[in-house]
Design a protein around this ligand. Structure first.
Ligand code: C5P
Length: 406
C-alpha cells in the first residue's frame, strides 16, 4: 500500500524538540514540510539548539509560539509544561544529540525539553545527529538501546560526509526522510514485524452505564489485559486502534486510542474504526444498562422508598461485528468466567460467531490483577497457556495471531 503522507498527517499535532547541533538547520525545513502536510507544529528549542537556529525562524515557519524555557511564568499559567507534553500526537526530537539522548535515557529533567519528554504520555521519536565517533561510542549505543526498549522510536542516522569533516553514520537523515518516518509513525506502520500492514481493532476495559448524572453501573475490569495486547500488537508492527472504556492506564506507544464510556459509544467507535484485519474484543462490556437514565440525581427522600432499577440489554458488539458485512477476517472474543470456563467458552464461540474465544478464569484474582491464564478456544481445539503476567499472555496471543497470517 503506498504511503499517503497527507492523509496520515492532516490535522495531527507534532511537538518538535530541536537539540543543539549543526543539523538543527534541517529542523527548519522539517517544520515547513510538516506544515505542508496539514499538520500543526509546536517547537521547543533547547539552549544548545538556540546556538544554531533562532526562535524567530521557527515561529515564522511553524506559525506558532516557540517554547524555550521551563521558567517562563507567563507560559506556566497559560500553558503548563505538562499540558504541552500531552497535547501532541507525536513528539519528535530532531536533531537528537548524544547528550540529549543520554539525558532522556536516564530520565533527567533539567530543562524544558527533557521535562516535557519525562512528563509525556505520547509516543516519542528521536532523530539522532552527531559525530560518527559519538554515535558509535558504547555509551551512546547503550542509551539508544535503552530508549528503544522503553518505546522511543530512534531512527538510524544517515551515513556520509559530516559537517565536522569525518565520514560515517551520524548525519541527520534528509528532512523528507524524517517526514516519511513521522507519517509512518502516525499511521502505526513504523515498526517492521510479523503484523506490519495489518490493522488490529481492540476493545478494552469496562463500560460505565449511567443511572443518573452521578451514578453508574460498572464492573471490575482494569483494562490491563486489553492494553497489554494493544502494546504487543503495535510492537509486532500492526496499526492498532484501541477503543477503551473508562480506565486509568497510559496509552501504549504508537497505539491510536479512542476513549468511550458506555457500551453504545463503544459499539459506535468500533463501527467507525472499521475496516480491520483482526478484531480482539477484550472489553468487559456491561450486558445491561439502565432502562431510563435520569436527567437529575435520584434523591433519597427519607421515606425508605427504594427506586426501581429497570435494565435493558446493551448491544452485543462482538456478535454484531461477527454478523456484519465488514467482519474482519479474524475475530477474537474473550470469555471471563467464574465457573466451567472452557465449556462456556465453547458455547460462546458458536453463539457469537467468533473465530476464537480466549477464555480466562476470573473467579480468583484475574480482574484488576497482574496475572492471567488464557485458553484459546477455536474450531480446531483448545490451546492453554499457563499462568503468566498479562504482558506475557498478550505476547503469546499476538504470536498465535501472527502465526495465522504468516
Ligand atoms: O457474553 P459475554 O459478555 O460473556 O461475552 C464476552 C465477549 O463478548 C467479550 O469478547 C466481550 O468483549 C464481548 N461483548 C461485546 N458486547 C457485549 C457483551 C460482550 O462485545 N455487549
Amino acid at each position: 500500500m503506498p504511503l499517503h503522507k497527507r492523509d496520515a498527517m492532516n490535522g495531527k499535532r507534532i511537538l518538535l524538540i530541536i537539540g543543539g547541533g549543526i543539523a538543527a538547520y534541517k529542523a527548519c525545513e522539517l517544520v515547513r514540510l510538516i506544515r505542508k502536510q496539514g499538520a500543526e507544529v509546536t517547537c521547543v528549542l533547547t539552549d544548545g539548539g538556540a546556538h544554531f537556529v533562532t526562535a524567530m525562524t521557527l515561529a515564522a515557519l511553524s506559525e506558532n509560539p516557540v517554547h524555550t524555557t521551563l521558567w517562563d511564568l507567563k507560559n506556566e499559567v497559560e500553558m503548563g509544561h505538562i499540558q504541552l507534553s500531552r497535547q501532541a500526537d507525536l513528539i519528535v526530537v530532531c536533531p537528537a544529540t548524544a547528550d540529549l539522548m543520554a539525558r532522556m535515557a536516564v530520565g533527567i529533567a533539567d530543562d524544558l525539553a527533557t521535562t516535557l519528554l519525562l512528563a509525556t504520555d505520547k509516543p516519542v521519536m528521536a532523530v539522532p545527529a552527531m559525530n560518527v565517533r559519538m554515535w558509535q561510542h558504547a555509551a551512546t549505543m547503550r542509551n539508544v538501546a535503552t530508549l528503544r526498549s522503553s518505546g522511543v522510536t530512534v531512527l538510524d542516522p544517515d551515513e556520509g560526509m559530516m559537517a565536522c569533516g569525518e565520514y560515517g553514520p551520524g548525519r541527520l537523515p534528509e528532512p523528507e526522510e524524517v517526514l516519511a518516518a513521522i507519517a509512518r509513525h502516525l499511521e502505526g506502520r513504523h515498526v517492521k514485524g510479523p503484523l506490519t500492514g495489518k490493522h488490529i481493532l481492540i476493545t478494552a476495559g469496562p463500560t460505565h452505564e449511567p443511572i443518573d448524572p452521578v451514578r453508574y453501573i460498572a464492573n471490575r475490569s482494569s483494562g490491563k489485559q486489553g492494553f497489554a495486547i494493544a502494546a504487543a500488537a503495535a510492537q509486532a508492527g500492526a496499526k492498532v486502534t484501541l477503543v477503551a472504556g473508562p480506565v486509568n492506564l497510559p496509552t501504549p506507544p504508537s497505539v491510536t486510542r479512542i476513549d468511550v464510556e458506555t457500551a453504545r459509544q463503544m459499539s459506535a467507535a468500533v463501527d467507525a474504526a472499521l475496516p480491520a484485519d483482526i478484531a480482539i474484543m477484550v472489553a468487559a462490556v456491561a450486558d445491561w444498562r439502565s432502562a431510563g437514565e435520569a436527567n437529575q440525581k435520584i434523591k433519597k427522600d427519607g421515606s425508605g422508598h427504594v427506586p426501581p432499577l429497570e435494565l435493558v440489554e446493551n448491544p452485543d458488539i462482538l456478535a454484531s461485528l461477527c454478523k456484519s458485512a465488514r467482519r474482519p477476517p479474524l475475530v477474537i472474543g474473550f470469555a471471563a468466567e467464574t465457573n466451567d470456563v472452557l465449556a462456556h467458552a465453547e458455547a460462546k464461540l458458536a453463539r457469537k460467531g467468533a473465530d476464537w474465544i480466549v477464555a480466562n478464569d476470573v473467579a480468583t484474582h484475574t480482574m484488576g490483577g497482574e496475572i492471567n491464564a488464557l485458553h484459546i478456544v477455536s474450531a480446531s481445539g483448545i490451546e492453554s497457556f499457563g499462568e503468566m503476567s498479562k504482558e506475557a499472555a498478550a505476547a503469546a496471543l499476538v504470536q498465535r495471531i501472527a502465526d495465522v497470517f504468516a
